[in-house]
Design a protein around this ligand. Structure first.
Ligand SMILES: CC(C)(COP(=O)(O)OP(=O)(O)OC[C@H]1O[C@@H](n2cnc3c(N)ncnc32)[C@H](O)[C@@H]1OP(=O)(O)O)[C@@H](O)C(=O)NCCC(=O)NCCS
Length: 188
């Protein structure tokens, strides 16, 4: 489906779905011979940008990245594919879900390396956040992803409120009590 020109514009998820496949070359590896996590993060940022900018029709910046857990090591010689789609749109922000898989070319074994969610914000020529098109959900999976992304956004807001209140107690004895059982010591 192509972009609709109704006002305000809406675009289908399929309009901006993006896949990047990259060969893992030796210069991407660490001392242990596995691929650096930072290489994968950089590729994820790239595919998130392409997907977000295509939906937004504007330049986008990365506002935040959800937890990234590396489930499997990636080897030199593997083919890594990053599949990205817009899961959710707010006013000026959108959430891009990215699934990363690695494939051993000789054995054809495919591993799920990680899944993560990038929040991107569209910017106008003055570098100000600008409204993004609405999202046309084309199947049940798109609906599920939209609802799940909205829930994660709410949970993140709750978490932020609680995290902002974390504060060390003024009382020194109370501090020491809080550290009982931890692998640390306060130098005198
Ligand atoms: C992210 C950024 C655009 C937010 O700008 P801002 O002036 O705070 O804008 P607003 O408060 O109007 O927020 C704009 C949108 O971003 C969202 N947003 C802002 N910070 C966010 C965060 N940390 N996580 C998720 N969403 C965020 C807001 O919820 C809002 O979404 P909505 O319009 O869909 O409701 C701005 O902080 C920025 O440009 N940061 C640098 C981004 C960058 O350079 N990234 C590359 C890093 S190397």
């Amino acid at each position: 489906m192509s972009a609709l020109t109704i006002n305000p514009p809406y675009k289908p998820v399929s309009f901006s779905e993006t896949v990047i496949t990259e060969l893992m070359i030796p210069s991407y590896s660490n001392f242990g011979g596995k691929i650096h996590g930072g290489i994968l993060l950089s590729l994820m940022d790239k595919v998130a940008y392409v997907c977000a900018a295509k939906h937004a029709g504007n330049y986008c910046v990365t506002a935040s990245i959800d937890t990234v857990d590396f489930l499997q090591p990636v080897e030199v010689g593997d083919l890594v594919s990053l599949m990205a789609s817009v899961n959710y749109v707010g006013r000026t922000s959108l959430v891009v879900g990215i699934r990363v898989i690695s494939e051993n070319i000789k054995t054809n074994q495919v591993y799920h390396t990680n899944t993560s969610y990038f929040t991107m914000v569209a910017k106008d020529e003055q570098n100000e956040p600008v409204q993004v098109p609405g999202l046309i959900l084309e199947n049940r999976n798109h609906v599920r992803r939209f609802i799940e992304a909205r829930r994660r956004k709410q949970l993140k807001q709750n978490y932020k409120q609680e995290a902002d209140q974390i504060k060390m107690p003024d009382d020194e004895e109370m501090c020491k009590q809080l550290l009982v059982g931890e692998r640390c010591m306060i130098s005198e």
